[in-house]
Design a protein around this ligand. Structure first.
Ligand code: NAP
Length: 350
């Protein structure tokens, strides 16, 4: 082992057999700052990572170990949790106070601090005291403010797309009323366990809405909009749909603004100036251009006397909306180059 390898990070992934866990392993194995990776899984303990995630077969890696939160916490410099919602709040409190310097959770459990907002969408939180210390890691907006943070909750996939689309308007105090996002996702958004609506004959040539009475990601998005706008009743509607695609989210924001905004593209370009993973396009983005990458492509226009703004955002739900953003927040928290290990493009056409 060389001197530089000795100083590389020890990283563990809990929930490594799921779709997000697999993406984390794909990104962490070749990451230049990562030296050693371990992954934990109950249902696949003892199996090779490549056997469970075939795209990892040529990348090396090891075997899944049975769940051991305390052991992982004692070993790792960085501990990622890619567990289903509700499970994180059961296991993260098992981490001793002197636990790893950096814990990154990908579930919704530690994203929302306002318990009224949280319980309206998720019910009662089982470990509210563990929320303390967690910050919301919307990497492309928070950027260097994540430096030195030790507990980071990665935003949800729909919330990431919706918030990237609404942030420049909310931060400029321009939101006139509750904005609406029409959002479409692929089947990987539902996780690795087969369901009727992810079964190929049902999904492959189908399109339908769901959770339209109030999608859970509205809660975390509302909390951030309130932070940015200073308006305590800030909110957003996210109307979610399932499309016959495997990966990706395409979201369209429709927002009435307080004063005419003839050139919203200029506002968006200024807001994301210098941000490496957000590109404001001259025409509406195509999903296939970002699939497989950590990039979000946005486009903004105005209509109805410039009082209504329409913003499209395209991202990969498993990369920008999950594992890629998690690696980006790791880079930011530890003071590495933000783009380290993430400098690859999309798969267009795919
Ligand atoms: N899929 C997405 O697009 C996406 C995007 C952003 C965020 N997220 C969030 O990231 C987390 C992981 O999502 P995912 O799509 O990777 O889910 P997934 O494919 O269902 O994987 C979750 C993993 O957690 C483990 N697990 C441990 N306890 C479990 C339990 N009680 N029930 C079911 N699984 C359990 C399972 O592995 P073992 O049983 O082998 O231990 C499973 O492989 C979720 O909180 C999700 O909301 C997902």
């Amino acid at each position: 082992m060389t001197g530089s390898e000795k100083t590389r990070l020890k990283v563990a992934v809990v929930g490594g057999s799921g779709y997000v866990g697999g993406e984390l392993l794909r990104l962490l194995l070749p990451h230049p700052a990562v030296g050693d990776v371990r992954a934990f899984s109950e249902s696949h303990a003892g199996e090779t990572w490549g056997g469970v995630h075939p795209s990892l077969a040529h990348l090396g890696g090891g075997k899944f170990e049975p769940p051991d939160t305390a052991g992982a916490a004692a070993w790792a410099d960085v501990l990622f949790f890619a567990l289903p919602h509700g499970r994180s709040q059961e296991v993260i409190p098992e981490i001793p106070p002197a636990g790893p310097p950096l814990v990154i959770d990908l579930a919704a459990d530690f994203r929302i601090h306002d318990q009224t907002l949280y319980s309206a969408y998720y019910g009662e939180h089982k470990a509210p005291s563990a929320l303390e210390g967690f910050v919301y890691g919307l990497a492309d907006v928070e950027g260097s403010r994540l430096r030195g943070k030790g507990r980071i909750a990665v935003p949800g996939c729909f919330a990431t797309a919706a918030l990237l689309a609404v942030h420049p308007l909310a931060a400029a105090g321009l939101l006139g009323e509750t904005p609406t996002v029409f959002a479409v996702t692929g089947s990987t958004g539902s996780g690795v366990k087969p369901k009727r609506t992810t079964h190929h004959p049902v999904r492959a040539h189908n399109f339908f809405g769901y959770s339209q009475g109030g999608h859970r990601h509205e809660a975390e998005a509302a909390e951030q909009i309130r932070r940015w706008s200073g308006e305590e009743d800030g909110a957003i509607r996210i109307l979610t749909h399932s499309a016959p695609i495997v990966r990706g989210i395409h979201a369209t924001l429709l927002a009435r603004v307080k004063e005419p905004l003839p050139d919203p593209g200029a506002l968006f370009r200024k807001a994301y100036e210098g941000r490496p993973f957000v590109t404001v396009m001259d025409s509406p983005p195509e999903l296939a251009a970002v699939v497989g990458s950590n990039h979000a492509h946005l486009h903004a226009l105005s209509r109805e006397g410039d009082r209504v703004v329409v913003v499209d955002c395209a991202e990969d739900n498993l990369v920008k909306g999950a594992a890629g953003q998690a690696v980006q927040v790791m880079n930011l928290a530890l003071g590495h180059e933000e783009t380290l290990g993430l400098g690859f493009g999309g798969l267009y056409p795919c």
